[in-house]
Design a protein around this ligand. Structure first.
Ligand code: 4AD
Ligand code: MG
Length: 459
């Protein structure tokens, strides 16, 4: 039986029961002729206390050897615990050592290890309380995302991982080739490559999601995304997970509404479904976490234009590393100052200068800004980036020319504006950044099981 189920049942009605548990030993403590074990099978944050004594036939020969990290099977009687710290405990009738972990060399001992050290052992780090909790929260939110969209009539579309379109136009695509390096001599070499042209790993599924939004109405894609961006920050990964809804007959206002509703819904769910994990992070990682999450779930986000944000940053009594001026791309220090200091809550900025945004965003009537929006949250900065898309053929074609894109490469994208074009919008939510936000973890490398960053892909 899973400890998650055991602990659930017995909180309400402690009964004596014979139960089998399989799991890993978190700690052991010896007191006289009794040994106490904290056993965890991964199903929940809480451990199950197991009590063993001399009455077990293998107590001296085997159980005395059982150490942190060992895997065990215990059959025992579940009883209300007389001691503080747990409601129930398991009085072992049998304990079998399945796999021993030699304490002389097992790297995870009872003391707290730094996250930097844990990154050096990616195969063992999920066994720590914090990283195990992150993994459960990721899974919970992954499921909650699908439920959110299903309940609102969206369809999931599997957009390609290998693509020939650089959606963001930032030149950050990893190339996918079956040729050897010396065969790829410049762009012409790709004619002989696997796909007959240069292909890469997707930087966003948006353009393909737009195709399906124009037939299924409301769709989303959710999968791994890749960027060969040489960023060594605590918010960037070379491989990250992005959720991208795309909605027909939806303008920028509607786009912002869906993004806000989604984030607030996901935050409420994680507080409701993972209370032990959130408690752990609030206690050991970030003391303001619970309060911040509560506020995010309950209060509307602030909304203001990019221009208003620039004005407000300019009049702030703060010296930024990057001086503020209209037309600049906001840096994390500006984004965080806006939502942490000035507005003290998540904020949606919209109507950005067209020069700093990709070609597909819809031009506003002022001719200088586009219908873009970013959701910024405390401690992280940008969590979501989205926009209303340019649905007018001529305007889109002009923006593509300005961006130096070849119309022929995007003829299918332009075609969508020739045949039954509709106003539509969407956004991308960085799933790993969302996990950072709900756990308070400082570094994005701790919230994804296997972080890939410049110079690092250990397993
Ligand atoms: O703002 P971005 O680049 O937007 C797009 O890719 C759009 N095509 C999305 C769309 O409209 N469908 O990325 C969206 C989000 C960012 O706000 C950020 O949260 C996350 O993806 N993100 C990253 N997360 C981790 N590591 C990186 N290198 C990231 N780059 C973007
Ligand atoms: Mg962005």
């Amino acid at each position: 039986m899973l400890t998650q189920q055991i602990l659930q049942i017995l909180v309400d009605q402690p009964v004596e029961n014979i139960i089998d548990v399989y799991g890993w030993v978190k700690t052991r403590r010896d007191s006289g002729s009794i040994s106490f074990f904290e056993v965890n099978d991964g199903s929940c944050q809480e451990n199950l206390q197991v009590i063993t004594d001399q009455s077990l036939v293998n107590f001296d020969t085997e159980i005395k050897k059982v150490s942190t990290g060992s895997s065990v099977h215990v059959r025992g009687k579940l009883v209300s615990s007389p001691a503080k710290g747990q409601d129930v405990e398991l009085q072992a009738m049998e304990m079998e050592l399945i796999g021993w972990a030699d304490p002389e060399v097992y790297p995870l001992q009872k003391k707290r290890h730094s996250f930097e050290f844990l990154r050096t052992i990616p195969h063992l780090r999920p066994r720590t309380n914090a990283l195990g909790a992150v993994a459960r929260i990721r899974s919970c939110l992954n499921f909650a995302i699908h439920r959110f969209f299903k309940e609102r009539g969206f369809f999931q579309v599997h957009t390609p991982i290998i693509t020939t379109s650089d959606c963001e136009g930032a030149g950050e695509m990893f190339t996918v080739t079956s040729l050897s390096l010396d065969q790829v001599v410049g762009e012409t070499g790709y004619e002989h490559d696997f796909f007959g042209r240069r292909a890469g790993l997707t930087v966003s599924g948006q353009l393909q999601a737009e195709i399906y939004a124009q037939t299924l109405g409301r769709v989303y894609t959710f999968g791994p995304t890749f960027r060969a961006e040489n960023s060594h920050t605590s918010r960037h990964l070379a491989e990250f997970w992005m959720l991208e809804p795309e909605m027909s007959f939806c303008d920028l206002q509607c786009d912002m509404d869906v993004a806000e509703e989604l984030i607030r819904d996901l935050v409420s769910i994680v507080m409701k479904e993972c209370p032990q994990e959130i408690e752990l992070f609030n206690r050991f990682i970030d003391k303001g976490l619970k309060q911040r999450l509560q506020k995010t779930a309950e209060e509307p986000f602030a909304r203001l234009t990019y221009s208003a944000a620039i004005d407000s940053l300019k009049s702030a009594e703060k010296t930024f590393e990057f001086p503020v001026s209209w037309g600049m791309d906001l840096q994390s220090e500006h984004e965080r100052y806006l939502c942490e200091e000035i507005l003290q809550r998540p904020v949606i900025l919209y109507d950005y200068p067209e020069k700093i945004k990709p070609f597909y965003m819809r031009m506003n009537d002022d001719g200088t800004t586009v219908a873009a929006m970013d959701v910024l949250v405390p401690c992280i900065g940008e969590l979501v980036g989205g926009s209303q898309r340019e649905e007018r053929y001529e305007k889109l074609a002009e923006r593509m020319d300005d961006a130096g894109l070849n119309r022929n490469d995007y003829d299918w994208y332009l075609d969508l504006r020739r045949f039954g074009s509709v106003p539509h919008s969407g956004f991308g939510l960085g799933f790993d950044r969302l996990i950072q936000f709900v756990t308070g973890m400082q570094n994005i490398r701790e919230v994804i099981p296997f972080p890939r960053t410049p110079g690092s892909a250990p397993c």
